[in-house]
Ligand binder design. Structure first.
Ligand code: AMW
Length: 149
C-alpha cells in the first residue's frame, strides 16, 4: 500500500481520491455532512504558515477544484471551506487541512452551527457521538469521487 500520512495517521490509498503536485484529497473518517472531505498538503506541516508558496497555492487551487466537484456530486448549492489553523482554533490533527463541506438550504438550523459541529471534532476520533466510518465505507466514496477527476 502506498497511501500517505495525515499527521500521525496512516491514510490508506483507498481513501485518496485526488492528487495534484503538492496536495491530496481524502475522504473523511467522520464527516459532518455528505461530501465533507479534506484537502491536505502531501508534506506533513502543522500550520498554514509552514507551507511554501507553491504548496499554499496548490492547496487552495485543489480545494477550489474539489469544492466544485463535491458540491455538484452531492447536490449542494454552496460550500463551506474552513481551516482550523492551530489547536486553539480547534485543530485536532497537526497537519494543515482544508475542510470542504457541500452546503444545502436548511442543512443546519443556524448557519454558524456548522462551526460548532466542526468544533465537536475536537474531542477527536474516539468521540462516541459520531462513529468513525469503516475503511470499506470510505473506499466506496473515494472510488466514486476519483472517477470525477
Ligand atoms: W480538525 O479538528 O483538526 O480541523 O479536523 C480533523 C478532521 O480530520 C476531522 O474532520 C476528522 O474527522 C478527520 N480525520 C481524523 N482522522 C482521520 C483519518 N484517519 N482519515 C480521515 N479523516 C480523519
Amino acid at each position: 500500500m502506498t497511501g500517505c500520512k495525515f499527521g500521525p495517521y496512516l491514510i490508506h490509498e483507498s481513501q485518496i481520491f485526488f492528487r495534484s503536485q503538492w496536495s491530496i484529497g481524502i475522504v473523511n473518517l467522520k464527516p459532518i455532512a455528505p461530501g465533507h472531505v479534506l484537502v491536505i498538503p502531501k508534506r506533513i506541516a502543522p500550520r498554514l504558515a509552514d507551507l511554501n508558496k507553491e504548496e499554499t497555492a496548490d492547496l487552495m487551487l485543489s480545494a477550489q477544484h474539489i469544492g466544485g466537484v463535491v458540491e455538484k456530486h452531492f447536490k449542494g448549492t454552496s460550500l463551506t471551506l474552513t481551516i482550523q489553523d492551530g489547536p486553539q482554533a480547534g485543530q485536532t490533527v497537526p497537519h494543515v487541512h482544508i475542510h470542504v463541506v457541500p452546503r444545502k438550504k436548511g442543512d443546519w438550523a443556524q448557519n454558524d452551527d456548522i462551526y460548532k459541529e466542526l468544533d465537536q471534532q475536537k474531542k477527536g476520533v474516539d468521540n462516541e457521538d459520531r462513529k468513525p466510518r469503516t475503511q470499506e465505507e470510505m473506499a466506496v466514496e473515494a472510488d466514486e469521487l476519483r472517477s470525477l477527476f
